[in-house]
Design a protein around this ligand. Structure first.
Ligand code: HEC
Length: 202
């Protein structure tokens, strides 16, 4: 009798383990699926009519890259008149998430600021510096919110009121999807994060 009870108990435990293993499997499968949709950062704020509100703390965002003459114009680059200097910044929480996970969280915000290129005014000081701010562009990545997985927005330098998303399939999306090597961003040009493209998260 005792033996039968022990056997029965063992069987129940075995069944429990098998069921348990199945459950663990389901839970694991679930969390893998969830990884593709990380919880939104919730930093980007929108008006009731879904316009992006210009964040107040962009001065604290991480500068990930800068370039000169990248104004999307078709004319050939002229070193004596190089076009604007553009500076790319990544919102702090998005930056941390990217380093830890090797991909962008939903709600990731990139800012591109265009500055006039100013020649250093004094003799003996060579090169160019950033002049006045000309325009601002924002790239928000969110697989849940956007049809294209991303939204592009433009702000004037002096008028930073809420901005409506450029319509889906616009030329911003097209160029970024074609030439931006990492999730339609130009990480290949950003020295502080480009290693993630080749080496994965830190
Ligand atoms: C012809 C290609 C092209 C088009 C069109 C384009 N971009 Fe970009 N974009 C770039 C390049 C190249 C960079 C890398 C930074 C640089 O070189 O200035 C960039 C970088 C950016 C970044 C920094 C984050 C990132 O995604 O790498 C933002 C923000 C951005 N662009 C917004 C816009 C917006 C808004 C539009 C549409 C109004 C737009 N871009 C259209 C080529 C393009």
């Amino acid at each position: 009798m005792r033996q039968i009870v022990v056997k029965l108990c063992t069987r129940i435990i075995l069944i429990a383990v098998v069921v348990g293993a199945g459950w663990v499997h389901v839970v694991l499968a679930q969390s893998t699926a969830d990884e593709h949709l990380p919880e939104g950062l919730g930093i980007a704020q929108f008006t009731p009519s879904d316009e992006l509100i210009y964040p107040s703390d962009t001065d604290r965002w991480v500068v990930v890259g800068a370039s000169i003459g990248g104004d999307y114009s078709e004319t050939e680059f002229d070193p004596s008149n190089p076009g604007p200097i553009s500076v790319v910044q990544l919102e702090l929480n998005a930056y941390t998430y990217l380093l830890e996970n090797g991909r962008y969280a939903d709600g990731t915000m990139f800012l591109l600021s265009f500055y006039q290129t100013q020649e250093k005014p004094e003799p003996g000081l060579n090169g160019f510096v950033q002049g006045d701010l000309m325009a601002l562009e924002m790239h928000v990545i969110d697989r849940v919110k956007y049809q294209d997985n991303r939204g592009f927005y433009m702000f004037a330098a002096d008028e930073r009121g809420p901005s409506a998303m450029l319509p889906a399939g616009n030329e911003c999306v097209q160029c970024h999807a074609e030439h931006g090597v990492f999730d339609s961003t130009f990480t290949q040009f950003y020295p502080t994060i480009r290693h993630i493209v080749t080496q994965g998260p830190e």
